[in-house]
Design a binder for this molecule. Structure first.
Ligand code: AMP
Length: 395
């Protein structure tokens, strides 16, 4: 049987990220981004092999952009696509794994949209457009939340009245599941440990960031909650704050819920603390140049991360390794080093040379002799979505 090709689609409200994944090739034959959809500046960028191209597609919506990118995907796949894998942010409690899409699945994704009003509707738009364009092709949805459905109840429940959970789904769900799953499996592969007998702490550190405790291939706890706002300090998100902050700002500043929501999601985190940028690379450079806000943002990020990892350790019977991933985790040796300085009780110690070497896609172990294992493992959510899609096709 020839190697199969899966088109992986990740729809945002005005963008589509896509990649063609071939089951036997490490590099994606085709990848790209359609952005500013619905506006006069809509544009499609793609990379086919080494060649990069762009095409203006003024006013194109999701469907029009998919119509443009399908022939590209089919050509890159040698004329034959085997399936499409869609990233869907929230699967609620309904989805404990990836699933072939049918009308019942679409209904359940619509229901879960009340938990992710910004993300699920965009994901649905992409699925519906792709199904209309390729009715004969199997399509699979892969949920950011599904991997965390193995958390025990004591980890996923908030200490709030029970009816809020039973009647309104108020609980911790967790996100970035595809990434935590992928890097923990890779870490097991790279170290020769069996997935079903290994224990990991994973830190996915990008614009959004979360930690996870994984035991024998299952998520046991994670730092994000009902929404991706809970947990670590992130690019523009505050992470954990005192829940009474809402009340305080309403009473003292007259803020509405929408204002608080906007501030916590878009004006906080690294951006809010530094007053400079949500981008860790920019902050790292500014910190070296003596920018006090950038320095504070860097320090808060590392300390909160260390605290979260120490908390996640409660979910593990032992530790086989701590894994860093995501744009920051894969590239910033300084963040990794500073975070571990706060975890002295765990006896972490880095090999400075290995820590400096593991950047820009280089995976490896970076601990010094005698320290628990610390790894850098580049994430590959597209590959995990393609793996899930192929597994369902095989079934
Ligand atoms: P992601 O959302 O996974 O693409 O990660 C984006 C984040 O990774 C941004 O904050 C980038 O500044 C950060 N990043 C990428 N490269 C580096 C680097 N060399 N040092 C620090 N942060 C980096």
């Amino acid at each position: 049987m020839p190697a199969r090709n899966i088109l992986v689609i990740n729809c945002g409200s005005s963008s589509i990220k896509f990649a063609l994944v071939n089951e036997e090739q490490a590099a994606f034959p085709l990848q790209g981004l359609a952005e500013r959809l619905g506006s006069p500046e809509a544009v499609l960028h793609w990379q086919l092999g080494e060649a990069k191209e762009s095409l203006d597609i003024p006013h194109a919506d999701h469907r029009a952009a998919l119509e443009r990118l399908l022939p590209l995907a089919q050509e890159a796949a040698g004329g034959h696509l085997d399936g499409i894998g869609h990233r869907v942010v929230h699967g609620g409690e309904h989805f404990t794994g990836s699933t072939l899409i049918d009308d019942a699945v679409l209904d359940a994704v619509r229901t879960a949209a009340q938990l992710a009003p910004l993300h699920n509707p965009a994901n649905l738009t992409g699925i519906e457009a792709a199904m209309a364009l390729f009715p004969g092709l199997p399509q699979v949805s892969v949920f950011d939340t599904a991997f965390h459905q193995t958390m025990p109840e004591y980890a996923y429940r908030y200490a709030v009245p029970e009816f809020l959970y039973r009647e309104h789904g108020v609980r911790r769900y967790g996100f970035h599941g595809t990434s935590h799953l992928y890097v923990s499996k890779r870490a097991a592969e790279l170290t020769g440990l069996p997935v079903n007998d290994s224990c990991w702490l994973t830190a996915h550190l990008g614009n959004g960031s979360s930690t996870c405790a994984i035991v024998n291939g299952e998520s046991r706890d994670t730092s994000m909650g009902l929404t991706p706002l809970e947990g670590l300090a992130m690019g523009t998100r505050s992470g954990d704050v005192d829940p009474n902050l809402h009340n305080y700002l309403a009473r003292n500043l007259g803020w509405t819920l929408d204002q608080v929501d906007r501030m916590l999601n878009h004006e906080s985190g690294l951006k809010g603390l530094s007053g400079l940028s949500n981008d860790m690379r920019t902050l790292y450079e500014a910190r070296i140049a003596g920018h006090a806000g950038a320095s504070l943002a860097f320090e808060v990020f590392c300390y909160r991360l260390a605290k979260s990892l120490a908390g996640m350790a409660c979910a593990l019977p032992r530790l086989d390794g701590l894994v860093f991933t995501g744009g920051i985790g894969e590239n910033s040796s300084a963040i990794r080093a500073r975070t571990l300085e706060h975890l002295k009780l765990f006896n972490f110690k880095l090999d400075d040379e290995a820590n400096a070497r593991c950047i820009r896609g280089v995976a490896g172990e970076i601990q010094a002799t005698g320290s628990p294992r610390v790894m850098v493992v580049p994430t590959n959510e597209e590959r995990q979505i393609a793996i899930d899609t192929l597994t369902l096709l095989d079934a």
